[in-house]
Design a protein around this ligand. Structure first.
Ligand SMILES: C[S@@+](CC[C@H](N)C(=O)[O-])C[C@H]1O[C@@H](n2cnc3c(N)ncnc32)[C@H](O)[C@@H]1O
Length: 295
């Protein structure tokens, strides 16, 4: 009797833990840097490791499936879809995230970028607007503010939107680097020493590295459609029913996965996916409710 109750206790435990967190060392991708290739363009907090996304996209979707990331951030899921010929829709509330994601997934003419960079660095900008926002002088030195304002003006003069966006992203990284914010802290803390005030040099280095990074997709032959939009998910999602083949997202903690049997399903219990006579598979009879909670 005791044996039997122990057996049921074990069975109950293993069932309740079945969908809890599972340690998988093969997903650590030790020694493979996450911020390489197009993902070296602009840092972004809690960025996906591209190898993880690549693995899931390959495993759970096929060419030209539609992948959806409602919190796409800097667009790692978008980048992998581009490289693996999947269509993609990504939303993010943060306009900088969408800008980075667009730049990371837009192939460029390298010569055009190199020539534009030269033009930006040699531009003689006389009319520029000095920005003003709370605490500007706490975060930036006076001469840095002026140099950044000039640089921004030179970038805004670029006619072609995709090229302008490319340099806007380099500008964004430059702003943080030449500010008084401590580069070793994710949160904003004023640095005590070691100021980096060379705006042009910093911008040049970042832009050059980004040009090298975008080379990864410069000759890409991809027919996938990548849609990136700034949106607050809480405003609702307007996607057609049954249009999404796979959702990949991050930023949430897995609470649990509950499995229920679909009692009112309107599908036959068996189908023939290969269309070979007599070759039948069971259709889905379980539904998985994945409960995620914001960090
Ligand atoms: C962990 S980050 C995603 C990082 C992304 N996987 C990457 O590789 O860069 C979570 C994202 O959710 C976005 N976000 C938070 N609340 C949102 C909302 N209500 N609607 C849309 N996006 C939101 C944040 O701006 C952030 O970029």
């Amino acid at each position: 009797m005791r044996q039997l109750s122990l057996f049921y206790e074990e069975k109950r435990k293993s069932e309740s833990t079945k969908f809890k967190r599972q340690r998988d060392e093969s997903l650590d991708f030790k020694g493979i840097q996450a911020g390489q290739g197009i993902y070296a363009i602009h840092p972004y907090p809690a960025m996906f490791h591209f190898m993880l996304v690549r693995k899931f996209i390959k495993e759970f979707s096929k060419e030209f499936d539609l992948v959806f990331d409602p919190f796409c951030g800097s667009g790692v899921s978008a980048g992998e879809c581009l490289k693996l010929n999947r269509n993609f829709i990504g939303y993010d509330i943060n306009p900088l995230a969408i800008l980075i994601a667009k730049v990371r997934t837009t192939p460029q003419d390298i010569e055009e970028l190199t020539n534009t960079l030269k033009k930006i660095l040699t531009a003689k900008i006389k009319n520029f607007e000095i920005p003003n926002f709370p605490n500007i002088h706490y975060w930036f030195d006076e001469d840095v503010i002026e140099q950044l304002a000039q640089l921004k003006e030179a970038i805004l003069k670029i006619e072609k939107e995709s090229v302008r966006d490319f340099f806007k992203v380099a500008f964004s990284e430059t702003v943080r680097k030449v500010s008084n914010a401590d580069p070793n802290e994710f949160k904003l803390i004023r640095r005590k020493d070691g100021k980096n005030k060379n705006v042009k040099e910093t911008f040049r280095n970042i832009a050059k590295r980004n040009i090298e990074s975008i080379l990864e997709i410069s000759g890409i032959k991809s027919d996938s459609k990548i849609i990136l939009e700034r949106r607050n998910i809480l405003d609702g999602i307007s996607l057609d029913d049954e249009s999404i083949d796979l959702v990949i997202t991050s930023g949430f903690t897995h609470i649990k996965t509950l499995v229920r049997e679909i009692s009112n399903k309107r599908m036959p219990s068996q189908n023939s996916p290969t269309n070979i006579k007599g070759n039948k598979d069971e259709t889905m009879k379980n539904e998985y409710a994945v409960i995620l909670k914001k960090h």
